[in-house]
Design a protein around this ligand. Sequence first.
Ligand code: NAX
Length: 331
Amino acid sequence: SKEPIRVLVTGAAGQIGYALVPMIARGVMLGADQPVILHMLDIPPAAEALNGVKMELVDAAFPLLKGVVATTDVVEGCTGVNVAVMVGGFPRKEGMERKDVMSKNVSIYKAQASALEKHAAANCKVLVVANPANTNALILKEFAPSIPEKNISCLTRLDHNRALGQISERLNVQVSDVKNVIIWGNHSSTQYPDVNHATVKTPAGEKPVRELVADDAWLNGEFISTVQQRGAAIIKARKLSSALSAASSACDHIRDWVLGTPEGTFVSMGVYSDGSYNVPAGLIYSFPVTCKNGEWTIVQGLAIDEYSRKKLDLTADELSEEKALAYSCLS
Ligand code: NAX
């Protein structure tokens, strides 16, 4: 039988953590035959709640779960982990300046980067979920120089899945028959959900989403804004932010990264830009990627029309600004 994989979840006592850890323990993230050891990290005010989550994990008697480390010690949390899902962070509270929130997260991600660099397993894969996700991932990358940049990513798969969901609802088709939407850029309202390369499986073969929807006004308008604003719509309805969908998408992100994407399918991941599609190098930017043998590759050669070009640049500009703000918090 397989050796257990150690998976760290930071912010594990929070909402997303509560939805995510049972999915990991059930094999949703790494496979139904892959044993796991969960490392759950949170901060001291959440220690008691974290211990409650640990008790529930024991009570659920998950066959794949070979151990649980629940801790408020960053070093203990990071030691030996093969996968790190960074959900913990400092949320923006009403009346707070953007710079103050950024500054809190910069210090958290700087410290956790060092701990991962020193104590995680070699070749540990890192997924940052906590907002500002792209910039937190960039800070983590900068302060963990010995972790290959290929191993650091942020979550835009939730946005990607939201886009698949909207197309599926609109066309009344199975969501599993829709593929190759793209989320470009920042996990924020400037993200660009792009359907220009998306297709739907039909009895007559794969058809472009644009052809089937046949309503460019909707695709260029309401569709985009619905995906961009979906997080806010969930908060309005639930009085809490997305949790089960965020947790499920985090599992999709890691599963596809580790086990590979199906032939002919691409997914969206926030990764370190190499300048592809004229996106400035050195930003963590969401691109269409395929994964094989545990590595992602940016899909090359997709046609970008003028309308899309503007949207790719707009969200890149926002990320450059966030990067500058994050750096200003370091000095
Ligand atoms: P919660 O506030 O419920 O949970 C966050 C947890 O992190 C808390 O238990 C807190 O004690 C812990 N924490 C704070 N600082 C920590 C530190 N230094 N080390 C370890 N743990 C720490 O938030 P939740 O709803 O779970 O959301 C978590 C994060 O995900 C937020 O930053 C949120 O904005 C972000 N999201 C990102 C999404 C994405 O697609 N990238 C979508 C969902 C979500 O909004």
